[in-house]
Design a protein around this ligand. Structure first.
Ligand code: SF4
Length: 396
């Protein structure tokens, strides 16, 4: 029966959604109030003023173009590597307009060597959008900045804070590391729920004023003291409150990305050999080892001594001759990006070889050509061992 929803029912449902949302916002606000701690930003700001970095080429300016350029270059790249690129870039493209108008090959050529080239493509797109949509002026609102190519939430906040003093929180890899250690975060910070909590904390800890120095302080702390390996805790302004330092767990925090269990597969490979020749199979273009030559395979569940195994071997060799002795060779494994393959090879010596060169995708190949044949690396290794050290391959 069709259910009729009345206006009154819709209104009730709407108001219960609103109540639910209001509850969530209230819970978030309460959590943020809990996380707020003005002494945290004060310690960072005081330390930055005294011990932080003050003479980097992109500091001491409010020019959003320069700030933006440095922030993009510093994503995934160390300060020392960025400096010469930043300076050369500014010489050639001194304004956002000059960068927007440049041919993309010239922009890419100036980026060449800095790596992560999607950054350069986005940089160019972003410059063109700033000119076309914002009259050549970078927006001061991080939410609007985030709509531009190559600018994520943390980068948007850094640009807005350094260029306009906007009160916005950063959370880059360095800040995540500092937070994970100071607050003893016991789960991998890349997990969405943990990252969301960190964002809440990052916003709650923002100072009422001095956001520029605070933001620079967090960056400097992560880059110079709270380094990935062997952090300099004795000189750290946050040591007194740092859970990782107090519990001797600076090498364990942040928790590393949990490794996924790699799926495992098994196969049986057949080395059908006659004198100095072997049968190889041309693999289909798609799939693993696509387009290469490899050994014929059969179901790994089939074991010698079992009739199905003999039938499968006879079928695999039917086009080439009658199988004689079957010898199990040493098994090996090969790890692909997404799975691990366990291979059990069997050498099959043919009695009564049929005088045909091949059939379908399977053909005879001379064993002495294995070094130059287009074979997958583990199969090539196996076949080279077969020709040079056959005894070592014996499984028993
Ligand atoms: S005390 Fe050590 S581990 Fe903790 S924030 Fe400072 S440098 Fe990092």
């Amino acid at each position: 029966m069709k259910r009729v929803v009345t206006n009154q029912q819709q209104a009730v449902a709407g108001s219960s959604d609103q109540k639910e949302n209001a509850k969530k916002v209230a819970a978030k606000d309460a959590l943020a109030a809990n996380l707020a701690d003005p002494s945290f930003s004060k310690e960072v700001i005081d330390w930055q003023k005294q011990h932080g970095r003050h003479a980097l080429p992109w500091q001491n300016t409010r020019d959003a173009y320069r700030v933006w350029l440095s922030e993009i270059m510093l994503q995934q790249t160390q300060v020392a590597a960025v400096i010469p690129y930043y300076q050369r870039f500014l010489q050639t493209f001194p304004t956002v307009e000059s960068l927007a108008a440049a041919p993309s090959e010239e922009v890419m050529a100036h980026w060449s060597g800095l790596g992560y080239y999607s950054r350069a493509r986005n940089l160019h797109k972003c410059a063109q959008a700033v000119v076309a949509r914002h009259g050549g002026v970078f927006p001061s609102d991080p939410v609007v900045l985030e709509e531009l190519a190559g600018i994520g939430r943390s980068t948007a906040a850094a640009i807005a804070a350094f260029s306009y003093g906007t009160r916005a929180a950063i959370l880059d890899g360095n800040v995540k590391r500092v937070f994970a250690r100071v607050f003893g975060v016991e789960r991998y910070p890349g997990e969405k729920a943990i990252e969301n909590e960190m964002w809440l904390r990052a916003v709650a800890l923002l100072p009422a004023s001095g956001v520029e120095t605070y933001t620079q302080g967090l960056m400097d702390l992560g880059a110079t003291l709270c380094t990935r390996n062997r952090p300099s805790c004795q000189r750290c302004p946050l040591a007194i409150r740092c859970i990782a330092y107090a519990t001797g767990r600076t090498s364990e925090l942040p928790i590393r990305k949990p490794k996924k269990a790699v799926p495992e597969k098994s196969t049986t490979m057949l080395l059908i050999v006659d004198d100095d020749q072997i049968v190889l199979e041309q693999r289909p273009d798609k799939g693993i080892w696509g387009g290469l030559l490899s050994l014929p395979e059969m179901d790994a569940a089939l074991q010698p001594g079992n009739a199905d195994f003999d039938v499968a071997v006879a079928r695999a060799t039917a086009a080439f001759g009658v199988p004689g002795s079957v010898e199990k060779l040493m098994a090996f494994s090969h790890t692909f990006t997404h799975f691990k393959l366990h291979v059990t090879p069997y050498r099959i010596n043919l009695e009564n070889r049929l005088q045909i060169a091949g059939q379908g995708t399977h053909s005879w190949y001379p064993l002495h050509r294995m070094a130059v044949a287009p074979l997958p690396a583990p199969v090539k290794k196996l076949l080279l061992a077969l020709t040079s050290e056959p005894d070592l391959l014996s499984a028993i």
